[in-house]
Design a protein around this ligand. Structure first.
Ligand SMILES: *[C@@H]1O[C@H](CO)[C@@H](O)[C@H](O)[C@H]1NC(C)=O
Ligand SMILES: *[C@@H]1O[C@H](CO)[C@@H](O)[C@H](O)[C@H]1NC(C)=O
Ligand SMILES: *[C@@H]1O[C@H](CO)[C@@H](O)[C@H](O)[C@H]1NC(C)=O
Ligand SMILES: *[C@@H]1O[C@H](CO)[C@@H](O)[C@H](O)[C@H]1NC(C)=O
Ligand SMILES: *[C@@H]1O[C@H](CO)[C@@H](O)[C@H](O)[C@H]1NC(C)=O
Ligand SMILES: *[C@@H]1O[C@H](CO)[C@@H](O)[C@H](O)[C@H]1NC(C)=O
Ligand SMILES: *[C@@H]1O[C@H](CO)[C@@H](O)[C@H](O)[C@H]1NC(C)=O
Ligand SMILES: *[C@@H]1O[C@H](CO)[C@@H](O)[C@H](O)[C@H]1NC(C)=O
Ligand SMILES: *[C@@H]1O[C@H](CO)[C@@H](O)[C@H](O)[C@H]1NC(C)=O
Ligand SMILES: *[C@@H]1O[C@H](CO)[C@@H](O)[C@H](O)[C@H]1NC(C)=O
Length: 808
């Protein structure tokens, strides 16, 4: 909600100047100029969708084209290699037909690269986003569409036969528009390739993706209906994605070679959806599928910098992380690589001396395949591997596999990535000087959220006092940059939590909970207590005491806890630490002030419709992350409203994930081994079927219905003979087009018929009896966001499984 208003607020402020002086600059005549000191230093396309001119950026200006109607302003083209200019700069279409950018002292720093400017009669920013220099006969002498930067738009074609640029270059970071290291090029041989560049030269590394259309590809087309494909010499086309794009009538679209090297097609609604403007563009598809695991050839750092490793997050975006003992070279740009936060080993003849002060730390499922200098393949185990690397001053890390192989890796570690299905264990050599972290680093969630609140407050203050003054140009710029900064801040904030888990003694936790005094909740296998960590300036925590953990399996406990500790997503309750002392098994989590979702659905104070929708989105994203993006897949097995907690801003946070494994003695399910809670468990638990992440999708579907309708799936009210089961009712109402019956006394929901219908449809897909028909959680998030269409769901309980395909 807050974010909705935030965006609306930004949006209104930004739009006002535009409405007041709504001029349609169809033709920019020779001799026209704009200075970034003037009001509205840009030209807008006739529809107002695009603007071309000075775009405020970090107190400077970019000469750029951007989407100007939506709250998430988005630059799609920049001049001057993305380098910003200072106040006083001017852009002019000279009387000679040259588009020229000059600084305040009159020095020209950029101009168009048209071959013959004398033909130019006028310039224009078109509704497609193309800025053109045109002859009187409307032939384009120069166009931004033929000189792209990192983005292409619908109607744009890269065609090497036209002697124009057929290359996209990524920017350095989200916020730094200058040229980064990734390029996409439609080569003159017809092959579309993505590769990295060894900056500062133009030297190319081997492609990390190629269309393999040598002597065949002719153009890269982004057509009017949103399809992106290569046209082939042999006739026909080669689509870059099998996804059917959403309508270009209703959605803005763009495809960008992002700063992380991934080429993505994005969509954003053209008009404000009922739930408010989305915070960012949605990704419809991306290439390559898994950039972390892509091959970059023999040299270069790959996607992340040297000494780091790559892991995919919930949106499948690569994130770069430092191995234990290493820190980012530039915390502002995590793609730059890491450095050891300790003094490196010095080679000496006496190897017993060099190991002093060094130890090996484990990082599972990770490898740096391109840093080998030694390979032992004669049944050497992990301990041997550790020992050997520790004593070898050339060794930066070792990789152990299945007690048989050991690879020694040299510095710098390159192109590392975490692959959940890998059987390799990385052993990192670390100096003990950095092994002890700073205790305040261990609780970043608290500091991050406090920071956010503060920022929000400042923001409102700033906004209201400024509102009172006037709508001068510099005001809108100021507001704009405030908006922009805030957005990027929140994005990075959720990424920065380290996998730092703290090990507590039982006494510490006994003290923190005042002798396990205040009970927050009780489950079948655990009890949760409120606690205060005195050592950490009174940080509130929830301490969960596990009662029925399999005893005597320390290593497994440690492994599971560390897997939980490595998760990091804004819709999950963060694990802060644990206690594993004698018979005691306790987990320490951040404290969620607003308790469980259950109280807000079935209790006296119900959450309003919009908040409930936001909560649904959050849960779906959190689950998608657990299923697809943590180092090893986590199936929750007990999704229900009691296990969704709400933080101080009512953001949904999934709790108790990862516990299913801790409580099971063996991984395989037996008939007696049903996990979960009656009413929410998927039918396959009762059948002889494998248990997959789809069990969570089922429980999510049931819970989604409960969130929509604010009632339990199975009411405990046993007095009534024919108890109405919500999930059965939902399908009946859906079939009879009477969904309003489900939300009888919720005016807001009834008035939002379209969202209501699509949410019910998603829920019906999720609770399909056949797990194969249920969508993945990722698909669920896309359906909820409206990025993919939701097709008509079949009855969740058909007499036998049919073979209807889930979506599209
Ligand atoms: C004009 O300003 C630029 C920086 O904006 C500076 O590099 C250049 O030397 C200046 N030229 C003159 C003639 O003052
Ligand atoms: C723009 O200028 C060209 C050439 O002078 C002219 O043909 C065209 O009609 C003008 N367009 C508008 C919308 O004024
Ligand atoms: C071009 O691509 C098409 C479709 O992939 C294929 O059928 C054809 O053989 C290719 N032609 C050449 C010359 O490679
Ligand atoms: C865009 O490409 C798709 C796939 O080839 C095609 O179905 C569609 O008709 C094209 N749209 C236009 C406007 O050409
Ligand atoms: C590091 O290890 C050395 C010897 O192994 C020890 O003397 C030193 O105290 C350790 N330093 C820290 C900070 O633990
Ligand atoms: C072990 O490595 C050597 C080369 O280092 C190779 O020739 C041999 O085939 C490998 N053995 C196995 C079992 O992989
Ligand atoms: C780096 O090492 C120092 C001490 O050697 C330690 O205080 C600091 O917390 C470490 N930084 C990180 C990010 O681990
Ligand atoms: C830990 O970090 C805090 C703030 O970041 C700093 O004030 C303190 O000096 C640090 N302590 C150590 C031991 O580095
Ligand atoms: C806004 O304009 C006023 C006067 O024109 C100036 O004093 C002030 O510094 C400007 N503010 C910004 C943020 O540029
Ligand atoms: C939810 O948390 C907010 C912020 O701490 C608090 O103001 C509000 O009273 C809480 N609501 C409930 C029902 O506890």
């Amino acid at each position: 909600m807050a974010s909705f208003f935030h965006h609306l607020f930004c949006f209104l402020l930004l739009q006002l100047p535009l409405f007041i002086s709504a001029q349609t600059y169809n033709n920019i005549t020779l001799g026209t100029s704009i200075s970034n000191l003037q009001e509205n230093p840009y030209w807008t396309s006739p529809s107002g969708d695009f603007a071309f001119g000075f775009y405020p950026h970090q107190n400077l200006f970019l000469l750029a084209t951007w989407y100007s109607k939506i709250p998430v302003r988005t630059v799609v083209w920049t001049a001057n290699d993305g380098k910003p200019v200072e106040r006083g700069a001017k852009i002019e279409l000279t009387s000679n037909g040259v588009l020229s950018l000059t600084t305040s002292n009159g020095t020209e720093i950029w101009k168009d690269e048209a071959i013959d400017n004398s033909q130019v009669a006028y310039a224009a920013i078109l509704d497609t986003g193309n800025f053109v220099l045109s002859t009187a006969e409307s032939e384009f002498v120069w166009a931004t569409f033929e000189n792209p930067t990192d983005t292409i738009l619908p109607n744009q074609i890269l065609d090497f036969s036209k002697q124009t640029d057929t290359k996209l270059s990524s920017r350095v970071t989200e916020d730094d528009y200058t040229i980064g290291k990734f390029e996409l090029e439609l080569q003159s041989d017809g092959n579309l390739v993505f590769y990295t560049i060894a900056r500062p030269t133009q030297s190319r590394n081997e492609p990390y993706w190629a269309s393999n259309t040598v002597n065949n590809g002719t153009q890269l087309v982004f057509n009017q209906t949103g399809y992106i494909y290569l046209t082939l010499r042999s006739g026909g086309i080669r689509s870059l994605s099998s996804e059917r794009p959403v309508s270009t009538e209703e959605y803005y679209q763009r495809a960008t070679l992002d700063y992380d090297g991934v080429f993505r097609q994005y969509t954003y609604p053209k008009s404000s959806p009922r739930n408010g403007w989305p915070e960012s563009w949605s990704t419809s598809w991306s290439l390559p599928q898994d950039i972390c695991a892509s091959s970059f050839g023999g040299v270069g750092s790959g996607v992340c910098g040297f000494n780091s490793y790559c892991r995919r997050d919930v949106e499948q975006r690569p994130e770069c992380l430092c191995p234990p003992g290493y820190i980012f070279i530039d915390p502002g740009n995590t793609f730059k690589g890491c450095k050891p936060n300790f003094t490196q080993q010095v080679c000496e003849a006496d190897e017993s001396r060099i190991v002093d002060g060094f130890e090996m730390q484990e990082l599972s499922n990770t490898d740096w395949p391109f840093a080998d200098y030694e390979w032992f393949n004669n049944s050497v185990n992990q301990d041997w591997c550790e020992e050997t690397c520790l004593k070898d001053c050339f060794c930066a890390a070792a990789i152990s596999r299945g007690g048989s192989d050991c690879w020694l890796k040299k510095f710098p570690l390159s192109r590392g990535f975490m692959n959940p299905s890998s059987d390799r264990i990385a052993l990192i050599k670390v100096g003990n000087s950095s092994a002890e972290g700073n205790s305040s680093d261990r609780f970043p969630p608290t500091t991050v959220y406090n920071g956010n609140n503060e920022e929000k407050r400042n923001w409102i203050l700033l906004g209201s006092s400024l509102l009172a003054i006037s709508f001068a140009l510099n005001l809108s710029l100021l507001i704009y940059s405030a908006c922009y900064k805030k957005q990027t801040k929140t994005q990075t904030a959720t990424r920065s939590f380290g996998p730092n888990l703290r090990s507590f003694t039982y006494n510490e936790l006994d003290e923190a909970t005042d002798g396990f005094k205040e009970q927050l909740g009780m489950g079948a296998f655990s009890t949760v207590y409120k606690g205060v960590l005195k050592s950490d300036t009174g940080c509130l925590v929830a301490v969960k005491r596990l009662d029925k953990v399999v005893q005597g399996n320390d290593k497994e406990f440690q492994a599971e806890v560390s897997a939980i500790g490595k998760t990091n997503h804004k819709n999950l309750v963060q694990l802060l630490g644990f206690c594993n002392e004698e018979a005691h098994r306790l987990l320490v989590y951040e404290f969620m002030v607003n308790g469980s979702l259950e109280n807000f659905l079935f209790g006296s104070s119900k959450l309003d419709w919009k908040k409930r929708i936001q909560i649904v989105f959050g849960i779906a994203r959190g689950l998608a992350y657990l299923h697809e993006d943590c180092s090893s897949q986590i199936i929750h097995c007990d999704i229900k409203p009691q296990n969704i907690l709400l933080d101080e801003s009512y953001v949904a946070r999934i709790s108790d994930f990862g516990l299913a494994k801790l409580l099971k003695s063996d991984q395989t399910r037996t008939t007696t081994g049903i996990r979960g809670t009656r009413g929410y468990v998927a039918p396959e638990w009762f059948r002889n079927m494998p248990i997959t992440a789809k069990v969570d999708v089922y429980s999510f579907g049931i819970m989604l219905l409960e969130i929509i309708c604010c009632r339990k799936n199975v009411e405990a009210d046993v007095g009534d003979e024919d108890i109405e089961i919500l999930s059965d009712m939902a399908y009946e109402c859906y079939e009879q087009k009477a969904l309003y019956l489900l939300v009888a006394d919720d005016e807001e929901a009834k008035n939002d018929g379209k969202s209501l219908e699509s949410m019910i449809m998603v829920a019906l897909w999720c609770i399909q009896e056949d797990p194969i028909l249920r969508p993945t959680m990722k698909k669920v998030t896309q359906m909820l966001e409206g990025v993919v269409e939701v097709s008509i769901p079949p009855s969740p309980n058909p007499s036998s499984f049919s073979n209807i395909s889930p979506i599209g």
